[in-house]
Design a protein around this ligand. Sequence first.
Ligand code: GDP
Ligand code: MG
Length: 596
Amino acid sequence: MKQTNIRNFSIIAHIDHGKSTLADRIMEQTDTIDKRDEQDQLLDDMSVEKQHGVTVKSRTVRNIYHADNGQDYEFNFIDTPGHVDFSYEVSKSLAATDGVLLLVDATQGVQAQTVANFRLAQENELQVLPIINKIDSPNAQVEQTEEQIRQLAPELKEADILYISAKTGLGVHEVLEAITKELPAPQGDEKLPLKALIFDSLYDSFKGVIAYIRVMDGKINTTKKLKLMAESEAMTTAEIGILTPNQLPVKEMKAGDVGYVVTGIKDPEKVRIGDTITDFDNPTSQALPGYKPAKSMVFAGIYPVGEYKELKDAIYKLKLNDSSLQITPEVSDALGAGFRGGFLGIFHLQIIKERLHDEFGVDVLTTAPNVPYRIHLKKDDQVIEVNNPVQVPEFKEIDYIEEPMFEVKIDTPNDSISDVMKIADRFKGEFINMDNGSDFVKLTYKMPLSEIAYNFFNQLKSVSHGYASMTSEFIDYEMADVVKAEILINYTHVDALTFVAHRQDVQALSQKLVEKLKYTIPRRLNPMPAQIMVEGKVVARVDIPPLRKNAAVNGKKYSASKKQALLRSQKNNKKNAARNEIQLPQKVFNSILELD
Ligand code: GDP
Ligand code: MG
């Protein structure tokens, strides 16, 4: 395809505004997939995506569009995720495109992620095609939505806005035409040395690391020797191709094309997202700017339920497909060898856990999440950064502690303002500003990240019946009165349960936690005390009751099989109790998370 007829673009929008549905319509009205293969939401094929009904990974697909002017166009489009935890995915995919479709739901209007994604597009200097979706809905407020879009930026004041229903297909043809007319063709020069951006990658158990690339300049084929610039790693590729969305091998790709490269590299850590692929013998002088590394917001321990080696293998392969996941090995006395994971948010942590299960068959225990702390020590004015509560030093050594503070912007319908303000207050939000819209209000707070990480988003959704949305942005570290709480079970310190809390809350939290431990720590033959220590003092204590003695099985009106089952479970209980170590099932860690 000649470069002037190529269009590389993304669809960006707030969650649920209809990106995946529009992607399906575009695929239907262009040449890519067989009609017989059609099912709803063709692109959301990852099992976690089906379960949560959201897009987690960006997808790339090539389509051929037969335009009204008689010409064929090659469309490479990337469906991007909308959840706040995944804006890193969005920014990665945008660097591989030349334009975006900005999709806004007419029943909801411009929302927090609409604005955030639009700003990302502006930073990448991308052409924006504004589209209002769901005009078939009786709740559509097309004029207000149009007004909100025009307010976003001066260049949108005069822009042509398209009106569609991704659900019925109304107006989708006009979108396809506008893509050919309004969005720019790629600018690269195929005569220059090869310069290809790796914007995503995945691990294939047969082919090894597969990199998704956008060729910026030059040509790539399977005969030349190549080089990864950041790693100075030489490679040859046995296969390059395009995504339909399935992999379809081709002989050559040139400036402007989007596709995949089978790198032949087996070590997932060698292929970095944002790296540049160039010719080994005729390299480009300058690598592409690449990506800012994602900043982890919350951390949690990840420990194997089964074999450590299997977890290790799986987690590095998963990281290849999700470069926002940070991983370092760690060892816990209670749980053995595992990893400390750094995540973009709590939802990200949950998705990682589910992907390990779904894609690699690996089950893990995750400890209660925590935020990073900056600790100023008395000795030599040393400052340390700690992302595991266990590493917080003895209180006597600490001068003071700082915690990360965020600016939180909440969009909420008028009728839930007072409830939203109540919970923001409860999560230690410091009120900054309120902006009244017609139906929605924008509230701005300053809030400790530790509070945002603990369930704030869920509570916000629940008090607003799902309508409120939020974005948050790091401000700075600020001094905080926080303390480390350590947990002893049967007088043994259980390191993996250590947590950090604000001093004013620690007493109440500890009391609630021991009450929960009473029911979640597996029982033994003898009662065991569970104690929580803060700064050398016990602040809460409870006795975990012992296992019941043999329940009289005979003489009760149980069926024979029920009696068998009871006897078996009693035998197992005794066997477990005889072991010395304390068992920590996942629900023990969840009880720390669910203290609210
Ligand atoms: P995404 O999160 O942006 O990918 O949104 P989806 O494509 O998953 O759509 C979210 C919901 O909106 C789904 O229930 C869709 O069926 C619905 N939806 C999408 N487009 C339209 C539309 O044009 N009209 C109506 N009435 N519903 C739509
Ligand atoms: Mg989607």
